[in-house]
Ligand binder design. Structure first.
Ligand code: BGC
Ligand code: NOJ
Length: 807
């Protein structure tokens, strides 16, 4: 069942009922100011850090779900309603929500009145614009009142939700005309405030929640709205809110537009006050002036759309498969931007208070982002590298505001260092900017300890070699990519974090997955060393990689697939000898991507085993059989009921590793089958089962052993976005940047007979027309002349190169 449809020409998903199977959300902003907005106008916003600088309040895990947002209530002749359906839930005659790139539009109609809401964060600004247009579509004159509503968060979201003995006494506001200022804690150490403004004279206002709602009411039935009259309340302690009341007389056919600005302002210490106790409002006034009219709003929205148009023109496809085109051209790239910005902080599944930027997560996120804004990827790589220790290991996470490693989560995830090499290589391939390798980057943010980024990559590589276990395979440490395979943890204490507990000092537990990564990513480091003329180093690296490849075949092969690990006691994990967890997806993907066993047949066997044991109609599960009971020696993986999350869920992040692996052995049919199984646009028709947004990937779809097989959770913030974009754009469609040229190696099943990819790289544009002739062998013509091989040398910036590819 569908709950909407794609509008590709406007780059929007159009939701046609407010009652989606789960809140379907969008993101506003992609620089410093961010908002989350659902199809019922739920959500919240924050400046830079979702935990420490949250402007509006949201209630996670509440009932009903999706409580708290930017609400507009309409009162007309004793009736009241909300155009977003929720929170009033009054029936609408018409409803539509359009989630676009960085903006959301919701329109609702009732009793001949249409209300159009527009939400976006203008580029370069620290505010949200909310525009409301009321149109009288009836034949009678209408006299309506519009009430706005937002609830302020007292900045630190964690504290805001827990420290009530203090917080109920700190709230402060100022009201000046149509602007409501939220200044809690401004009197002491904060130099920032928020405001909510409307560009019209108000009939009333409220800043005190209890006055607005009534103590025993929810958002569905605010006292002020049912009565049709503001309380003009000035909050003192308790819960400050922002609500305006606007009156409009509308003749038949007449419309009226109001522009609201929800802004964030920082003042330098010396400029905090206008007069004692009164905040300096100059910066707020500048923002207010900038969005004083609907023409100004239209101009800013047009700028935002143009910005996205430019970003997306870096990689686009035109084919006969509209689902493929909308994933590649619009939604997958958009999700890559969002994951790059948010890491794993704020979504409807991540509460924005728990997690910093992950070392491995951010490196992987930039694989799908680097072509969009390479300069930001560069900065990110250097930030991440600065949280590495000088022995090559790394903080698992760092905080975006301070850019310092997070002590609470610590280090010791032994896959982390290798991802830095992959991220760095992706950046250089995209841009040609090898100077990044010479950047002096601190270790553990200590400027006295700095070395070149290339040296950081070397330490990453050597960290693996220096931490080998009894079989010569890499030690797993706390965990590798699979955070839930905790082989040194042995946790018996309820609630204890599996991530941070290391109960035994183990130097036996080994990861075949890290070995696969080492073999796949090691050569990238060799190439980087060569870029800096280090040929001896490159030769050393290649010989270590070859050695590891042999070790994997010797100690990491289980007969029909690659083993997953050896545990603390040296027992096999992911072997036919195990009762549960006999086969895991991760090593099958990464070892084959690394080329291990491709020539000798193991690769094909492993991928056949994936098909047989792990594939389902909704995607490939992580392991099989699932763990039926808790295993002290395995950790969190066995804490999940069968079929969910890392215990045999369809973990969408590593499905693309199998897609890419299938292309390595040339099996296009399988690769495309796996791609289409989990790409959200192909799941639109089963939204009642899948439940999360059909325009973005979710981290997990419940696996075949789960009670709710096919149901997705944790949409938006997942490495799935980057990896699926890498798989489809670089390996299935086969267009990828390399050091000296654009590599073109499509791997196609019969579904596409031809298509055109337009790729911008290093300032030049490549128009690549691909004809699928079923030969499986790539033949290229560049500007009309045939070339040898699959590499199209980079052209000068500004040039357009015509490529014909037959395969
Ligand atoms: C989840 C993992 C996640 C980890 C991060 C676990 O509970 O299952 O997917 O990586 O938490 O802390
Ligand atoms: C989510 C985490 O963000 C990521 O780092 C990890 O690799 C996966 N879960 C798998 O456990």
């Amino acid at each position: 069942m569908q709950f909407g449809h794609f509008d590709d020409s406007n780059k929007e998903y159009v939701i046609t009922t407010p009652k989606t199977p789960y809140p379907w959300i969008n993101y506003l902003g992609s620089e410093n100011f961010f908002g989350l907005v659902s199809n019922q106008a739920g959500g919240y916003c924050f400046y830079q850090d979702a935990r420490l600088r949250r402007l509006t309040r949201y209630r996670y895990n509440n009932v009903p779900t999706d409580v708290g947002g930017r609400y507009f209530y309409i009162h007309e002749a004793g009736d009241y309603w909300t155009p977003s359906w929720g929170p009033s839930k009054k029936e609408l005659d018409a409803y539509e929500c359009r989630h676009g790139l960085g903006y959301t539009k919701i329109s609702g109609t009732r009793g001949g009145l249409k209300a159009d809401l527009l939400f976006f964060v203008p580029m370069g600004e620290t505010c949200e614009v909310h525009q409301v247009t009321l149109k009288n579509e009836s034949k009678q004159k209408k006299s309506v009142k519009l009430f706005s509503f937002i609830e302020f968060c007292l900045w630190n979201a964690q504290d805001d939700g827990t420290n009530f003995q203090r917080n109920f006494s700190t709230g402060e506001v100022e009201v000046v005309g149509s602007t409501l200022y939220h200044k809690t804690e401004y009197r002491e150490r904060r130099n920032h405030y928020a405001f909510y403004h409307v560009n019209a004279k108000v009939a009333g206002f409220d800043t005190d929640r209890e006055t607005f709602l009534g103590l025993y009411n929810g958002f569905s039935e605010p006292d002020v709205v049912t009565r049709g009259k503001s309380g003009n309340s000035v909050a003192s302690g308790w819960s400050p809110i922002g609500s305006h009341c606007l009156e409009a007389e509308l003749a038949p056919g007449e419309e009226r537009t109001f522009v609201f600005v929800l802004g964030y302002v920082e003042n330098p210490q010396a400029e905090k006050w206008a007069s004692p106790g009164i905040i300096n409002k100059v910066r707020a006034e500048r923002l207010i002036e900038k969005f004083a009219t609907s023409e100004q709003v239209a101009g800013e929205l047009a700028k935002l759309k143009q910005h996205w148009q430019n970003l997306l023109s870096g990689y686009s496809i035109k084919s006969s498969d509209e689902k493929l085109d909308r994933m590649v051209n619009i939604w997958n790239q958009y999700q890559c931007m969002v994951t790059f910005n948010m890491s794993r902080s704020a979504s409807y599944f991540e509460s924005g208070i728990g997690r910093g930027m992950g070392f491995r997560d951010s490196n992987q996120d930039l694989l799908g982002f680097v072509h969009l804004v390479p300069e930001r990827a560069r900065e990110r790589i250097l930030d991440i590298a600065a949280t590495q220790f000088d022995d090559g290991s790394a903080y698992h996470q760092y905080q975006p505001l301070t850019k310092r490693g997070n002590n609470e989560v610590g280090s010791g995830f032994n896959d982390d260092p290798l991802w830095l090499i992959l991220g760095t290589a992706a950046y250089i391939k995209e841009t040609g900017d090898a100077s990044i390798l010479d950047e002096q980057v601190p270790f553990d943010n200590d400027a006295s300890k700095a070395a070149s980024l290339l040296e950081h990559c070397k330490r990453s590589f050597d960290h693996v070699i220096k931490n080998l276990g009894p079989h010569g395979l890499p030690l797993i440490g706390r965990a590798d990519w699979n955070d839930c395979l905790n082989l040194n943890c042995f946790s018996e204490t309820p609630g204890e974090s599996f991530q941070t507990t290391e109960n035994r000092e183990g130097r036996t537990a080994e990861s075949i997955f890290i070995a696969g990564m080492f073999v796949a990513i090691g050569p990238e480091y060799a190439a980087l060393a060569e870029l800096r003329g280090q040929t001896t180093e490159a030769a050393r690296v290649r010989s270590e990689v070859a050695k590891m490849s042999e070790v994997v075949l010797k100690h990491g092969w289980d007969g029909n697939w690659f083993l997953r690990a050896y545990d603390f006691f040296g027992n096999k994990v992911g072997s036919k000898e195990c009762k549960d967890g006999q086969i895991f997806i991760e090593p099958q993907g990464y070892c084959v991507m690394a080329g291990i066993g491709v020539a000798t047949g193991e690769a094909k066997k492993a991928l056949d085993a994936v098909k047989e044991r792990l594939d389902t109609k909704y995607g490939i599960v992580l392991n099989n059989p699932p763990y039926a009971e808790y295993h002290l020696e395995l950790g969190e993986i066995s804490s999940y009921p069968p079929g969910y999350k890392e215990n045999a869920g369809i973990f969408c992040h590593n499905n693309p590793w199998i897609m890419i692996a299938e292309t390595v052995i040339g099996r296009a049919d399988r690769a495309w089958e796996y791609y289409r199984k989990i790409a959200p646009a192909y799941l639109e028709e089963i939204s009642e089962i899948h439940r999360t947004e059909p325009y973005v990937y979710s981290q997990m779809i419940a696996g075949k052993d789960a009670v709710r097989h096919g149901e997705a959770k944790n949409s938006w913030l997942t490495g799935t976005a980057a990896w699926n974009f890498v798989a489809v754009s670089q390996h299935l469609l086969g267009v990828r940047t390399d050091y000296t040229g654009l590599r073109i190696e499509p791997c196609l099943d019969k579904s596409l007979s031809s298509f055109t990819v337009t790729r911008r790289a290093r300032g030049a544009t490549y128009v690549i027309r691909v004809k699928n002739e079923g030969t499986g062998k790539v033949a290229l013509k560049v500007n009309g002349s045939a070339i040898e091989g699959t590499l199209v040398p980079y052209a000068k910036s500004g040039e357009t190169v015509q490529v014909e590819c037959s395969v």
